[in-house]
Write a protein that binds this ligand. Sequence first.
Ligand code: FAD
Length: 416
Amino acid sequence: MSEQANDAQTCVIIGASHAGVNLAFNLRIAGWAGDILLFDADPELPYHRPPLSKAYLASDDGLDSHRLKSADSYVQQQITLRLGVKVSKIDPDQKVITLNDDSVQSYDKLVLATGARPLIPPIPGLDAANNCFPLRTAADVENIREAITPAGGKNVVIIGGGYIGLETAASMKKLGANVTVLEREDRVLARVTAPVMSDFFTCLHKDNGVTIAIRKNVSAIESEGSTNLVRCADGSEYPADLIVVGVGIRVNTELAEAAGLKVHNGIQIDATMKTSTDDIYAIGDCTFHHNPHYDRWVRLESVQNAVDQAKVAAKAICGEVVVYDAIPWFWSDQYDVKLQMVGLSEGYDEVVVRHEIGEGHKFSAWYFKGDTLLAVDAVNNAKAYVIGTRFIKSGDLINKGKLADLGVGLKPATLG
Ligand SMILES: Cc1cc2nc3c(=O)[nH]c(=O)nc-3n(C[C@H](O)[C@H](O)[C@H](O)COP(=O)(O)OP(=O)(O)OC[C@H]3O[C@@H](n4cnc5c(N)ncnc54)[C@H](O)[C@@H]3O)c2cc1C
């Protein structure tokens, strides 16, 4: 579509986080000359979410160090930000959305970048617990900080041993709290990594003084004065001045469903990010899409996916022929450990682990299905991450024997 063709049109974006904000700026790059309206229920100038459980939680840095874009840059790009405004309805026939004050806004193109919200498990007593918070927004971090300052000697219980739970544990420990992670499965990170990675992160946290308790199904929370007692189904109990709930997310698909869009484990989109309804696109955590590399439908929770889908949607909206075929990647920071992951490990039947000699916490886990490399988890090892990405993208076969042989250098030429 030429600039002349869209300069009188309006693109409305619901959700101003990683996906929505990147889309707005990429629309300008792709040649959208019309209006861009960006709505978000969160009143804060949009910010990066990953630091919420890492640097932002563990330091006194203000949120301004973590903004996605400066306030000025929205003005410069003529992007209208409407913050603290919830969209309550989409009417695809009339091409209008309704806002929470009952006003309406018309659109020519609409993009859902509504992401996800924390899953709150139905644990008796959780609603009434003192200082009990999820961790998804800047406001959640403010609540946590307020409840835990000063942190020294306070008991923090984190429900859920996934990435957010473990990163929060590391940050809380840094602040001086006594930290316990309660995980229902028999290992942390069970849903996303191999046992070798779970063992590594369990030891890392224990070495840093965090208690990791597995097979702990939280069955009730009792509030006592200003504190709590977290009870587990096996009879164990943990005192908690602060409880952080990190057991997963629920995708924000209600708007899409009510508007008749196809939804199944997220808003279904095609390779151009278009939904089942004309002129409506969806991007980021809220989507369910087909990954051509792995030939399966996936719902991803990552900044990479939000940013890359935003780029594709911007081009598609402006009329370019484009498809989304990215290899997923993700990262996590805990203490001095940087974990980088590339690919999707689900369905693996073998893991080759390679510890680099004499380099402390520096190793990588390579997930194979037969001879096909599916994914790599690289701990403090950017080289393994880069080389793994290259092999996954190209589909070239890796000699597993050479990969496991520390006498063979970690180089594409020697691993083939
Ligand atoms: C603590 C934490 C740490 C993380 N760490 C990492 C990491 O290290 N690496 C990584 O890759 N990913 C990480 N993630 C995941 C990453 O932040 C998400 O994948 C990313 O935020 C997805 O972006 P999004 O724009 O799709 O959705 P979201 O960030 O969920 O944003 C959706 C936005 O839509 C708004 N919205 C929803 N419905 C409406 C409505 N009806 N009206 C108006 N506004 C609405 C919401 O207010 C929200 O701001 C982390 C997430 C969290 C919470």
